[in-house]
Design a protein around this ligand. Structure first.
Ligand SMILES: *[C@@H]1O[C@H](CO)[C@@H](O)[C@H](O)[C@H]1NC(C)=O
Ligand SMILES: *[C@@H]1O[C@H](CO)[C@@H](O)[C@H](O)[C@H]1NC(C)=O
Ligand SMILES: *[C@@H]1O[C@H](CO)[C@@H](O)[C@H](O)[C@H]1NC(C)=O
Ligand SMILES: *[C@@H]1O[C@H](CO)[C@@H](O)[C@H](O)[C@H]1NC(C)=O
Ligand SMILES: *[C@@H]1O[C@H](CO)[C@@H](O)[C@H](O)[C@H]1NC(C)=O
Ligand SMILES: *[C@@H]1O[C@H](CO)[C@@H](O)[C@H](O)[C@H]1NC(C)=O
Ligand SMILES: *[C@@H]1O[C@H](CO)[C@@H](O)[C@H](O)[C@H]1NC(C)=O
Ligand SMILES: *[C@@H]1O[C@H](CO)[C@@H](O)[C@H](O)[C@H]1NC(C)=O
Ligand SMILES: *[C@@H]1O[C@H](CO)[C@@H](O)[C@H](O)[C@H]1NC(C)=O
Length: 793
């Protein structure tokens, strides 16, 4: 594969040495020779993939350290000796022959008319073209892509020749012959464009639909400001295709369909010659095509992942095959096409399969709604175009399939619902304005059940709310009222406390999600007789939450992620930092900004709920104590809280104050940064708990070693070390050394230097303290419960 000097091909010298990026008529390129594009980024020659002995004619990136093959000519017919040669005949037909002269592969094309200056040239785009002078293009490798997409390739269909152009995976990493997977962009006339990863003829993953810029998928972030990808979608009577180009001179991209059916997108920034992966799709369970069935929606934020749209419910699943997790949703109330039927908006959605959808390019959303409403078989509508000012109307007829909820960059879908479903929703809006939560205090005969219902809000409504809240909390609080719900209603909402609806388990009992008949999503905390949370604490929690309004307090629950493994794999540093800051603001509100001073007393990972945007909400006010304005310390006989989070003065003397919450907050910060629990932390070198470990590292100036390994390098060292230092300041032994809440918020957001923390309290594992001082802590079994894992797959 080395580039051999022209000298060795003396009989060709006159022709070949003029330009090394072309093959001219009757010139040979034999195994060992290469031609190189002008900018020296691509090279064409013979290669053997991996350990294979077979020889292939291919194009690869020239400067990357590992060989990145982007195109193979003879995919199915390897040369088995080292004597292959390529030549261009005087008709413009490029032919590959083996040592015996047998034709292995040919471009199978010919020029028409006078052939003045036939040449095959490797362009800087990686495209091998055969042309007649600089005029007529006779053939190009971009029309026959292998497993790799390079900027400029047109994927789609030519209606004149009937040729479809789409990538096909290799059979294996050592065998470039066509494998099982293809990636097809479907842009047939009258169909809205979308793309599919197919395994033979079965759809595995749907990418898209097209949103005016690209095919929507999980790809949210441009990895580098220099990389700008522009796509072009052309549909006319001759052809329909999509093409992507990079508008930057200094960055480029490619993607590849791997032998196991994944699309891997990567980019290259010059002059660094190495490719950096950006994303891969499919990435999770929800990317599996139609995994939740018609009218099902998939989300990775809850377990199970599948749920039905509002207004739909699960059909009874086939009991003979319980493993068949294709949930099947059906309408609760059949449509009758009456005048009061309407549409409910779902946000942050991957729009359903557009196979049976109809698109109108210049219709506003209002017109779109009218059009859908006027046709009884129209089930949903949306504007798929996200470009600013972009209009367009997609109408779906028939089932809605392959919908998932995206963490961001999703679109809005309007689904047709029966009038009675919608009227329930209207009262929901009214209720939302007034009250935030509801409570059931029903003493059913058999079990005492206390439920606490917390309203879910959608992202947008939240934004509006929180603005209003910042200004006028007081009004809001006065009008806070607590409607009573019946047990039967709650029971229906949670599907009779079905295990499928269980969100998690706190120290005092399980928490379920549910949907009220009006369509409102709720979380229900269930207390049983055996619960350790007494009626007092429960009432306390209810009153507390009813009086508190803050975007970082509970009320809004996506679902609960505990400070354990889930957090690790799910959260990157910016999200973690956002969570730390959100908790700090929530605590500040409790301590200072709310009309009441509230000490939470049980801040811990299990009491931080994250919504679907990963904004934290502080939950579980069962232990909260309200102070009057001038009170700041209180004494309690019953020490409750959670091991690993409670401060020394509270554990030992039963004294709690705002500063005991600060202590717990400090523990939380260190846990979030490290992805490890304080309680149960083990280190091979010493006996210290997480606080002690963090302190050791800090003293050695190696704070950054504390960070969760799974964050790799994608974090801001400054934010991380700042968070660790704030965490350590909060867990100092002496109450007066710990910063107060406004200071903590300021320190996290600020840039100035921070005071040096002193040695943390509970430097060593609590088990020792516990036995040494004989504390009246909760039995550890209860504490364990508070950490029970929620599977949020
Ligand atoms: C190379 O081309 C020359 C001239 O066309 C021909 O005689 C020779 O056999 C070719 N070599 C190979 C290996 O095809
Ligand atoms: C590849 O390397 C060659 C020689 O080292 C250099 O001249 C050329 O600019 C490089 N090309 C790219 C695209 O980095
Ligand atoms: C191109 O060359 C191959 C091998 O010689 C031959 O089979 C094929 O018919 C040629 N195609 C055209 C269009 O000339
Ligand atoms: C060459 O192209 C012709 C016409 O498109 C086709 O019939 C023939 O099978 C092709 N031959 C090869 C070797 O691909
Ligand atoms: C072909 O290229 C030559 C030199 O680059 C240029 O002078 C000529 O105008 C070009 N012809 C066409 C038809 O583009
Ligand atoms: C389609 O092809 C015909 C014939 O090649 C050509 O005249 C016409 O301009 C093409 N139409 C478009 C939209 O490219
Ligand atoms: C699962 O259920 C669907 C719909 O009822 C059915 O088409 C499919 O064959 C079932 N799969 C298995 C493995 O039973
Ligand atoms: C919308 O499209 C239709 C048909 O394509 C056309 O007649 C109409 O003028 C267009 N309306 C606007 C506002 O562009
Ligand atoms: C509703 O739309 C479908 C699909 O476009 C169409 O076939 C049908 O005729 C329409 N029905 C009415 C009543 O307009």
């Amino acid at each position: 594969m080395k580039f051999l000097p022209c000298i060795t091909f003396f009989f060709l010298m006159l022709i070949t040495c003029k330009s090394s990026d072309t093959i001219s008529v009757h010139q040979n390129i034999s195994d060992g020779d290469t031609i190189v594009s002008r900018k020296e980024n691509f090279e064409l020659g013979f290669f053997s993939p991996g350990n294979s002995k077979s020889r292939y004619l291919g194009i690869w990136f020239k400067n990357t350290s590992s060989q990145t093959v982007v195109w193979v000519a003879n995919r199915e017919t390897p040369v088995t000796d080292n004597l292959g040669a390529v030549k261009l005949d005087n008709q413009g037909n490029l032919t590959l022959v083996d040592g015996s002269g047998k034709v292995i592969w040919s471009s199978n094309c010919s020029a028409s008319g006078a052939n003045i200056n036939l040449v095959a040239q490797l362009l800087d785009t990686g495209n091998l073209v055969i042309k007649n002078g600089n005029e007529t293009l006779i053939w190009q490798s971009f029309d026959y892509p292998g497993d790799t997409y390079l900027p400029g390739i047109k994927l789609g269909k030519n209606f004149i020749t009937g040729r479809e152009t789409y990538p096909t995976s290799w059979r294996s990493t050592e065998d470039p012959s066509p494998g099982e997977y293809t990636l097809k962009f479907l842009m047939a006339k009258g169909k809205y464009p979308q793309a599919f990863i197919m395994r033979r003829s079965v759809i595995e993953t749907r990418i898209g639909p097209y949103n005016g810029i690209t095919y929507s998928s999980q790809a949210h972030h441009a990895p580098d400001a220099n990389l700008e990808v522009v796509s072009d979608l052309i549909v006319n009577q001759n052809e329909s295709y999509v093409t992507y180009i990079s508008t930057s001179n200094i960055a480029s991209f490619r993607w590849k369909l791997t032998p196991d059916g994944k699309v891997e997108f990567s980019y290259l920034k010059f002059p660094n010659p190495e490719w950096t992966p950006i994303f891969t799709t499919p990435v999770d369970y929800c990317d599996k095509y139609g995994v939740c069935g018609p009218y099902g929606s998939c989300t990775t934020f809850t377990s199970p992942n599948c749920g039905c749209f509002k207004g739909f419910e699960l059909k009874n699943l086939d009991e003979t095959s319980p493993d068949n997790d294709t949930s099947v949703c059906r309408r609760k109330i059949a449509l009758d096409c009456g005048p009061r039927e309407g549409f409910l908006k779902f946000s942050s959605i991957k729009l359903p399969d557009t196979e049976n959808a109809v698109f109108s390019g210049n219709m506003s959303l209002q017109d779109c709604e009218v059009a859908c409403k006027n046709n009884c078989s129209c089930t949903a509508y949306a504007n798929p175009i996200i470009t600013p000012g972009g209009v367009g109307c997609l109408l779906w007829f028939g089932d809605l399939i392959d919908v998932r909820v995206f963490p961001q960059n999703g679109q809005d879908l309007y689904v047709r619902l029966a009038a009675s479903e919608l009227s329930g929703l209207h009262s929901r809006f009214r209720r939302k304005k007034r009250a935030v939560m509801a409570v059931t205090l029903s003493t059913a005969a058999v079990l005492t059940l206390l439920g606490l219902i917390l309203a879910f809000y959608t992202k947008r409504k939240w934004k509006k709310r929180s603005d209003a809240e910042r200004e006028g909390n007081t009004n809001h609080m006065r009008s806070a009222e607590v409607p009573l719900f019946s047990l039967s209603k709650i029971s229906r909402a949670t599907n009779d406390f079905s295990i499928d609806n269980k969100l998690g388990e706190g120290g005092f009992g399980p928490v379920y999600k549910g949907v009220l008949e009006e369509g409102q999503e709720i979380a229900v905390k269930r207390l049983s007789k055996s619960s350790r949370q007494g009626l007092d604490e429960f009432k306390n929690e209810v009153i507390c939450i009813a009086k508190l309004q803050h975007r970082n307090l509970v009320k809004l629950i996506g679902y609960c992620i505990q400070g354990d493994e889930k957090m690790k794999s799910l959260l990157d540093w910016p999200q973690r930092f956002q969570i730390i800051q959100g908790i700090a603001r929530g605590v500040l509100y409790l301590h200072q900004d709310s009309r009441l001073k509230v000490v939470h007393r049980d801040l811990k990972a299990g009491n931080i709920l994250l919504d679907h945007q990963m904004f934290p909400k502080i939950a579980d006010f069962g232990l909260a104590r309200m102070f009057k304005e001038n009170e700041s310390e209180a004494n309690t006989k019953r020490v409750v809280g959670t091991l690993g989070y409670i401060s020394p003065e509270y554990a030992v003397n039963g004294l709690f104050s705002l500063k005991s919450d600060i202590f717990s907050f400090g523990v939380l910060v260190l846990e979030i940064v490290s992805g490890k629990k304080n309680r149960g932390f083990v280190h091979e070198d010493h006996e210290d708990n997480l606080l002690g470990h963090a302190w050791r590292l800090f003293k050695k100036g190696k704070s950054l070693d504390l960070i969760d390994e799974c964050l790799h390098v994608s974090y801001s060292a400054c934010e991380v070390s700042r968070s660790i230092q704030v965490g350590l300041l909060c867990v100092q032994q002496r109450v007066e050394d710990r910063p107060n809440t406004p200071t903590v918020v300021g320190m996290l957001g600020g840039e100035g230097s921070l005071p040096s923390p002193k040695k943390p309290a509970f430097y060593i594992q609590e088990s020792e303290i516990n036995s040494a001082s004989n504390l009246s802590l909760l039995p550890s079994s209860v504490n364990e419960l508070t950490f029970s894992q929620i599977d949020g797959r």
